[in-house]
Design a binder for this molecule. Sequence first.
Ligand code: C5P
Length: 229
Amino acid sequence: MSVVGILAAAGRGERFGAHVPKQFLPLRGIPLLIRAAQCLQEAEAVAEIVAAVPPGYQELLQRWAEEYGVQKLSRIVTGGEHRQDSVRAALETPEVQRAELVLVHDAARPFATAALVERVLRAAQQHGAAVPGLPPAETIKKVAPTGEVVQTLAREQLRRIQTPQAFRREWLVAAHAHARRLGLSATDDATLVELLGFPVVVVEGELLNLKLTTPEDWRVAEALLQAEQ
Ligand code: C5P
């Protein structure tokens, strides 16, 4: 099984409100995207990493990859306007075209473990597409723009979906091409594969595999790292 990891790191982090995209900010001394890249670096099955970054950030990531020992990083591409465009740019590289499985991970998730990567890859090898997910702890309601509840969803059927997500390369390439043709957009890769009609299985995610989106998330992440010391 040959596996290439894609690191989606081309967001502008607008919700975060910093001048630099948040994945380039240091989280307890180590840039966020380097922490996320290390999740892939440490997973034995991942042979190479292709990263998508915003325009003008390639050299900086190259330098950091050397400094922090992310030796598997073999190519850096410029991402696109939306996450989907960034992943597609990475899919077009020769490194990915040689792979059997592609593992896509968000630069905003610094805590995914190598065990999680292996679990997702094993399931993708068996079923073709696999994503980590956890049942929501809270009750989830569908709400109208007026604030009125439309429906309360059955919690036991719901999962909060994370990255890393793994796919047979042909499936993911076909899903992105299909989405582009029809002008479909999605916030994760699994959705595009689902839209093509391929099955996606959910394996158990990790509670600490947080996605850092807001300054509050950042403080939680810092506290977790401090508690680990
Ligand atoms: O914007 P969102 O929180 O969904 O971003 C998830 C991940 O996708 C982040 O790691 C971000 O850097 C990446 N992304 C990207 N290209 C974009 C937008 C987001 O690689 N144009």
